[in-house]
Design a protein around this ligand. Structure first.
Ligand SMILES: N[C@@H](CCC(=O)N[C@@H](CS)C(=O)NCC(=O)O)C(=O)O
Length: 232
């Protein structure tokens, strides 16, 4: 049994997608980041960066004590290694999936996140910042479109790289992007959306929360955090 510390955001969806695809037994522990649950000491003990997602695996492969993992990319790698699924063990094919997983973690996720922030949440509309992140998101969509021109999935076969990337394309309109500008990406996006496990993952989200995560009230909790947020 895996405990998934989760909220209904792109980084959270990555892990419900994996768990549904692999048909692993899991229990969702909601961490309502709009209300500040991410600062509770019991959550910080497993996720010191005060961010969802995190997991506790109560039945690790080595049969030892439970293992806690934070950072969605590390969780996907951990689960792929645990199950032997969604990441080929051949080192050449494995590096295809891992480099694109890191591309999502270090590029698409943070850039699209800043895009959302400056386009939608910042109290003042700073055109330089909006333009910078909308353009950088556009460049990253272009990179992905090119990558998908001659393969069905990002690493060739369906993998954790697709699971990490898909939830960050779902809000493409909010990112100022048009899927029709990226035909290969669009074809890939629709094929992932059509997967039953992906639909189940997004249905799970609706059971947990149907409200927007960022509201006028939650902005005070989510934005402007300093070291004091984690008790320093
Ligand atoms: N690099 C981290 C980012 C996680 C992240 O930013 N999580 C957001 C939700 S998508 C969060 O927990 N935010 C809480 C906060 O900002 O206090 C990962 O991929 O796990």
């Amino acid at each position: 049994m895996i405990d998934l510390y989760y909220w209904t955001t792109p980084n959270g969806h990555k892990i419900t997608i994996f768990l549904e695809e692999a048909a692993l037994a899991y229990k969702i522990v909601p961490v309502n980041i709009s209300q500040g649950d991410q600062f509770k000491p019991e959550f910080l003990a497993i996720s010191p960066n005060n961010r969802i997602p995190a997991i506790i695996d109560h039945e690790p492969k080595d049969g030892g004590k439970p293992i806690a993992v934070f950072e969605s990319g590390a969780i996907l790698l951990y689960l792929a290694e645990k199950t032997g699924k969604f990441m080929n063990s051949d080192s050449r094919r494995k590096v295809e999936a891992t480099q694109w997983l890191f591309w999502q973690m270090g590029g698409l996720g943070p850039m699209a996140g800043q895009n959302h922030h400056f386009s939608q949440y910042a109290p003042t509309k700073i055109s330089y910042a909006i333009d910078r992140y909308v353009k950088e998101t556009n460049r990253l969509y272009g990179v992905l479109d090119k990558r998908l021109a001659d393969r069905r999935f990002i690493a060739g076969e369906y993998s954790i790289a697709d699971m990490a990337t898909y939830p960050w394309i779902v809000p493409y309109e909010r990112q100022g992007q048009k899927l029709q500008d990226f035909p290969h990406l669009k074809r890939w996006f629709e094929s992932i959306k059509a997967r039953a496990a992906v639909a189940r993952a997004y249905d799970k989200a609706k059971e947990i929360n149907t409200q927007p995560t960022v509201t006028e009230e939650s902005k005070r909790i989510l934005f402007g955090q300093t070291a004091a947020a984690v008790g320093r």
